[in-house]
Design a protein around this ligand. Structure first.
Ligand code: SAH
Ligand code: TMP
Ligand code: ZN
Length: 406
């Protein structure tokens, strides 16, 4: 029996993706023999309804001084976080000398907006290499894992915060209770926690199963989050859907009774009920959709190979690790993956060992098809790659369904 990380009741497994490597574990050929694998399994808690991984690698295996994900590689995300920061400044930083804390601050994509405005801030980023980039940009950052203990140290050194931020990080942390207890310690009585993560409702609607990988311990919904925050005397006061990362939700959380509950919260509760997020059959249905998606994608890739077409992967995203290894995509089906991140180039993709090459290799000789592993950045990428399509190149996407885009 597997115990829920949130409420300790039984978690019902609904899919196993099989043996999976570290999603951001791009590696050299000399490291193949030591590559680490674990079983990527997901379940749904029958009591608090939190969807979660059943096994997760140790955090030091995922977040370290060679972390491969640099947030600022996407200009669209940089714009997104500039808007996010502007809204925070407008709505929540009215006090004299306000203080903003962000966990998972990475290379400073969000906090740079506060630093530039001279606002007191602190980033908490355990992956030392990306933290160093932020520090180099003049953003105050400590390279540690956030939890309750660290929160106490921060309060004694810097005082309490007006706003606590997290983007694509709350769902990464299996010890969620310690994180929330820490946030409670760190926030002023009127302070707010604002965070966003991929939204479970979007994963279900789009069969975007590639959101499921080692780093994502949780797949949040409003109802599962309301369950956990209530235990800490906190409540969700607003929810704002975001169209980044294939469909995210931004949650605003405050100490109980401090802020009115927005109508959007009531409406989303109702929507989640209708979507059946609390029902086991919803997850059986998701598993069937995932299996269908895999079959369709592999049929398409095999057809391409038989007809002698060149297929290249576009963007070596962390999400692609699940798709590649679960579907069984091998270097004979996808020649290489083009990615703009220097630390990934010249290495191999985790598990399947497809070469990762610089963008120049893609643009120097366009393939017949580009398999868009960065589908969450489709708008930005397709706008940039008009010449590829003009030259007869076609896109293969698999979210929300497997299709070829001409
Ligand atoms: N906020 C950025 C980065 C998201 S990636 C963005 O949205 O683009 C997740 C980040 O969280 C990684 O940089 C990782 O090192 C960091 N992280 C993981 N566990 C953490 C913890 N316990 N406390 C703070 N940051 C953590
Ligand atoms: P993400 O989906 O986890 O944010 O990862 C994005 C990856 O995609 C990152 O490795 C950089 C890569 N990328 C490109 O190679 N070209 C692009 O135009 C964009 C937007 C991203
Ligand atoms: Zn539970």
């Amino acid at each position: 029996m597997i115990h829920c990380l949130v409420c300790n009741n039984t978690v019902e497994p609904f899919i196993s993706f099989g043996r999976m490597p570290i999603a951001n574990g791009f590696l050299g050929s000399e490291q193949f023999a030591q590559e680490y694998f674990f079983e990527l399994r997901v379940g749904h808690c029958l009591v608090c309804h939190m969807v979660q991984l059943l096994d997760q690698p140790d955090r030091e295996k995922m977040f370290h001084a060679n972390y491969a994900f640099f947030s600022s590689t996407s200009t669209r995300m940089a714009e997104h976080f500039a808007r996010f920061a502007a809204q925070v400044k407008r709505d929540y930083l009215g006090s004299a000398d306000p203080f903003v804390v962000e966990i998972g601050s990475n290379d400073g994509i969000m906090l740079r907006n506060f630093a530039q405005a001279g606002i007191r801030h602190l980033g908490i980023e355990p992956s030392a290499n990306v933290a160093q980039v932020a520090i180099g940009r003049g953003i105050q950052t400590i390279s540690e894992f956030f939890d309750q203990e660290l929160a106490r140290k921060i309060v004694s050194k810097y005082g309490q915060a007006d706003v606590f931020l997290g983007a694509n990080v709350m769902c990464h942390i299996p010890y969620l209770h310690s994180v929330i207890a820490g946030i409670n310690i760190l926030l002023k009585p009127e302070g707010v926690l604002i965070f966003e993560d991929p939204y479970l409702g979007d994963i279900l609607e789009k069969t975007s199963y590639d959101q499921i990988y080692d780093e994502h311990a949780f797949y949040f919904s409003l109802s599962s989050l309301e369950y956990v925050f209530k235990q800490h005397g906190l409540e969700v006061v607003d929810v704002i859907p975001q169209n980044v990362h294939g469909g995210s939700m931004r949650y605003v959380i405050a100490k109980r009774g401090k802020y009115p509950i927005a109508d959007a919260v009531i409406a989303l509760r109702e929507k989640e009920n209708q979507l059946g997020l609390h029902k086991p059959e919803t997850y059986v249905n998701l598993r069937q959709n995932i299996e269908r998606s895999r079959a369709e994608l592999m049929t398409l890739l095999r057809q391409m190979k038989q007809s002698g077409k060149r297929v290249v992967g576009y963007a070596a995203t962390s999400k692609s690790t699940t798709v590649i290894n679960y579907c069984g995509i091998t270097p004979d089906l996808v020649e290489f993956i083009s990615d703009t991140t220097p630390i990934k180039q010249g290495k191999y993709s985790p598990g399947a060992h497809i070469p990762v090459c610089s963008y120049d290799k893609f643009s120097a000789r366009y393939p017949d098809y580009a398999l868009l592993f960065g589908w969450n950045h489709a708008e930005e990428i397709m706008a940039k790659e008009r010449a590829f399509q003009a030259a007869g190149g076609k896109w293969i996407v698999y979210v929300p369904r497997v299709q070829v885009i001409e």
